[in-house]
Design a protein. Sequence first.
Length: 423
Amino acid sequence: MENRRTPLVVVTGLDAAHCGRVSRDLLDRPGTVVVHHDVGQLGQGVVVRTVARRSAGLVVEDRTAVELAHGCLSCTLRLDLLPLLRELGRRASVQRIVLRLDPALEPEHLCWAIGNLLLDDEGGATSTAGDHVEVAGVLAVVDGRTWLDDVTSGDDLVDRGLAAMPDDERSLAQVALGQVAFADGLLVAGRHVDAWTRARLDAVLDRLVSGTPRCDVSVGPERLLAALGPGARRGRPTSVDDPLLPGMPPVGEDVGVSIVRFGSTRPFHPERFHEALDVLLEGVVCSRGRLWLATRHDRALWLESAGQGLRIGDAGPWLATLPDDGPAWDQVAPERRVAAALRWDPLHGDRHTELVVLSHRQPGVAVIEALDAALLTDDELAAGPEVWRELGDPFGAWHEDPCEGTPPADDRTASTTDREDRS
């Protein structure tokens, strides 16, 4: 018997009204159900779950107040949403599931949980929700009037009333960026967007998610789903080995928006690099990449920024530190092996820095000059790794204890830096 998995469409975005409109449009297709969890009261241990379907031409909504003992996003997924997806995926009457995410829920975390979190089944067996549903597409709804301001802001979710919990410290920019970067298709909403704002939005999206189809929300989500190509992510988690510049983004500047690439085969001085980070926190949409810090000679670091917040964490060992053969190499992505072979240095192996910065106001030359000045000088480089280890290192030791059910971060542990911390 064929193991049929029910298609799952994920709708994400910061504006609940826009996401609701898109979800209602998708509900018009026969056999579709829309699932939504309102996590606005999660801090009190309550989530309002809505399952909507069409019956005799009318929309029927079943609402349930779900009490959660632990009051956390991971518990919401594990205890209610994932079992519900499994149940709906088993029903022959359900031809498609639309999952409308609350603004506080990030699509990548959800898709990872669908494919990886084990659920208890009848008879003591275990399965994942992904054994019963298949992500057919992630659609992000972008408000053309406000998204660029949101993704470059310094606000936290709690500042905008979007936090699921009072202690939710995620930034608005981090969530806004993650929703769009993970999406397979974009729907642009918001009326009366002026020409300059729309031009800047288009320039940013052309570079951030080159190749991702997008359309006006009036075109409708069904046509956008039909336009998704075979290369769409469809829920695949991101990796530090993914291309820093996916697709074929424009390389030139447009309405002040540009991509800045920085690369070097010498390490950063930790104190000077710490000071240079300010250049990535003003006039920059986002930045990401692998870097080499002189005091961490054996470990690669991973940098990600969104708006006015930045995180740096461990990205695992440099390949030069691995034994010539052994099981460690089995964990190395083929793309990373090829890239390392192309740049291999007889002395330092694959150690290097490669960063990509998407700027909307910061001049590219300022980014390059600031980062270049943070590299070791010729004399410092000649001193060697044993001397480098004694340099002052303001970054300290980083570690996060993830809540149960949090997706792995490619051997990364992260610390967060924002402009307030660096003033």
